[in-house]
Design a protein around this ligand. Sequence first.
Ligand code: GLN
Ligand code: ZN
Length: 777
Amino acid sequence: MVRIANLGFPRIGARRELKKATENYWKGEWSAEQLLAAGRELRERHWALQKEAGLDVIPSNDFSFYDHVLDISVMVGAIPSIYGWKGGPVPLDTYFAMARGSQGEQHDEACAHGHHGEGHAHGAPAQEMTKWFDTNYHYMVPEFSKDQRFELSSLKAVDEYREAKALGYQTRPVLLGPVTYLKLGKSKDAGFDALSLLPGLLPVYIDMLRRLAANGAEWVQLDEPCLVLDLDDATRAALRAAYGQIAHALPNLKIMLTTYFGGLGDNLDTALSLPVAGFHLDLIRAPEQLEAIAAKAPEGLVLSLGVIDGRNIWRANLPALLDRLEPVVAKRGTDHVQIAPSCSLLHVPIDVSLETDLDEEVKSWLAFSVQKMAELATLGAALAKGRASVSAALDASAKAAAARKASAKVHDPKVAARMAAITPAMAKRKSGFTDRAKVQRERFELPAFPTTTIGSFPQTAEVRKARAAHAKGAMSDAEYEKFLREETTCVIRWQEEIGLDVLVHGEFERNDMVQYFGEQLSGFAFTKHAWVQSYGSRCVRPPILFGDVSRPKPMTVAWWKYAQSETKKPMKGMLTGPVTILNWSFVRDDVPRSLACRQIALAIRDEVADLESAGAAMIQIDEAALREGLPLRRSEWKSYLEWAVESFRLCSTGVADATQIHTHMCYSEFNDIIDAIAAMDADVISIETSRSKMELLDAFRNYKYPNEIGPGVYDIHSPRVPEVEEMTNLMKLARQRLADSQLWINPDCGLKTRKWEEVRPALVNMVDAARQIRLSH
Ligand code: GLN
Ligand code: ZN
C-alpha cells in the first residue's frame, strides 16, 4: 500500500504554547517539571492530530525545546568546555545555556527576523546561530574543536520514541544525519576539517540507532539536506562511508534518507548509491527530478515523494498531482512509494481554521499543517482505492485551484499594464554617481564623515504597550497618533542635541519593517495565529503575498512630513526594499518570484516618488534580506541577483540627481556579491562591519567601489557601549581601505532592540568619534 508520511510537525503549538512554556521556565516562574509536561502535552497532541489525519508514518524526535541541531550537539556530547559539562546526561540548563548564554539573556534581535542573535551574558555566551539553509529558521551552530570527541549524552530520541509507543503510536524517529550535522558545524581551531570528525561521530550515531531499533523502531529518518548543495568529492565520500557503516552495523534497520530544499542535481548518483531502504525527494523545489529518479532508483528502494509544499501555505491541486503520481506508483509498486510533504512542516503554520478574520476567499486557497495532512490523506486514498473514493475532496481541491487562478483578487489588469510598460530607462539613474555626488554635496553641505543612524530607535515597553492598546481599541486613533508624534519629536530633538548630521524619525509607528508595508499594499494578507518558529521561542507571522501588488495610497509620506517639519537637518525617508519584502513573506506560487518582486518594486517606486515630491532629499530603502535570498546552488546565483538588483533599481532610480538614495544591509559578507551591490547604485550604503575589524571593506576596496559607504562602528547586537576610541580605531581601519570622501559614520543596524540607557551614551560617543576624526582629517 502507498504509505502517507510526515517528516516533522511544527513544535511551537497552535497557540504558541511552547513559547510560553520555555519563557516561563527561563523567567523562573515554571519548574523543570512543568516545562517537561508542557512538551509532553504538545507531542501527544501533535501525534494525535497526525494519526487522526490518517498518516501512516508519523515522526518522533521532531520536537525540540529550542532547536533540532542543538539537540544533536547535545546527543553526541559536542558541548564546548565553557558550559562546564562534565559528561553524563546533559542537564536542561546546560542545554539552554548553549542556546541562550549562561545568564539566560535572550538573543538580541536587531532584525525582527532574528538575524545575528548572540547572547552577551557575563557567563558563557550562547552558541552562534545562523539560518537553516534558505529558510527563516535559525539553528545553533555546532562548535567543534580539532580533537573533538563524541559520546552519547542524551537519549531524547529514544525517550520520545518510547513515549509515543506508550501512547499507541509506532513512530519513525528523526535525526539530522551525521554528514549534514558536521558540515553545519564550525571550529575556532586552525586547519579544522569537519569531515575528519566523522569516524569519531559515527559510533555515537550507531549506538543511538541500535537503541532505537532495540526499542522497536523499524524505520529511522535521517535528514541529509546537504545533498541538495554543491558538494565536493570529500563530502560525497563521507556520505558513502557514513551510510555504508550504518548499513553494516544495522542491516535490519530501515533508513529513510531525506533530502529537501532543492534537487539532487549532480549528487544524484551519490545519493542513489547509498545503502538505505528509503529515499525522500523534494518535488516542490525540484519537480523535474521525479522521472529521472523513478527511472534510476534501484528496485526495492522506497521512494518518498515530497509533493505537498512544506515551505509555503497554498493548497495543492490534488487531481493534477495525481496525474503525475499515478504512473510512478504503477511503475515502482505501491509498496515502494510514500507520499509526503516536501520537507518538515516546521516552516508552515499549524491550522488555517484558526484564522477567523482572514478574507474568506483568500482563506479558501490556503493549507497549513493540518490542512496539508488532510491533502496527504486524500492523495493516499486516491492512490489506494481510486480517485472515486475521494471524489468530493478532489473536486474541492481542483475547484479551489481554478478559483484562485481566475480570481479578480489575484489579477489586477492595471498592474499587468504597468509591468508591461517597464522600460530599461526606468531602472537607471539620470546621471552617473560622480555627477550625482557633486550635486548632492552642494545641496547638503554635510561635514566630512557625516553621522547618521539606520532608522529605528528603541521600541520601549511604552511604545509596545501603546501599539497593543491601539490594536485592541483601548487607545483611540487620535490618542495613538499623538503619542507617536511625541515620541518622534522627542527622538528628533535628541538627535539634534547630540549633533547627528542626518536624522531619522525612529520608526515608532512600525510594528515590523515588512508587515508595516504589507498591511498597506494590495495583494498581501495578514494572519492572527499563523506563527512560524524563527528561533527558540521566537516566532514570526510572515505576510501572505497572494495577488498582484499595488499601492493604493502613500504609506510613509505623512510621517516623513511630520518628522521633517520638526527639524532643519535632513530627515531620511525610510522604506523597506522589494527583495526584503518578498524574502520575508509567503510568496505566491503561481508566478515567478522575480515577477512578484518587480511588482513590489513598482509600488515602492511610487512611494519614493511621493516622498521626493513631498520634499524628501534623502530616501533610504533597506534591503536587509537581499543576501539571504541567494539560492542554495551557486549556478542559480546569477539569475537571482539579476532580478533582485533590477528590482532595487526599479524602485530607487526614478529620482532626480540631487535626491540621495541610501540603502542598508545588515550582514557582513559582500565578497561574492560585490558586483551586484555596486550594480544597485545606491548613493550611500550602510553595512554591518563593527565585528569584522573592517576587513569586509576589502571587497569594496578591491572592487574600487565608487559610491559612499557607512561601515557600522557600533555593534548593536550587544548591550555594550562602545568607547570613542574603539570607533575612531575602526574608522582608521576603514580609511586605510576607502577614500575619506566615501565614508559615513553609523551603527551596524537599527536600534529598536536596544535600551535607551545603551543607545544614548553609544551615539554620543559615535558623534564624538566623528568630531575627532574630522580634526585629524
Ligand atoms: N530601518 C530599519 C531599522 O533601523 C532597518 C532594519 C534592518 O535592516 N534589519 O530598524
Ligand atoms: Zn540591519
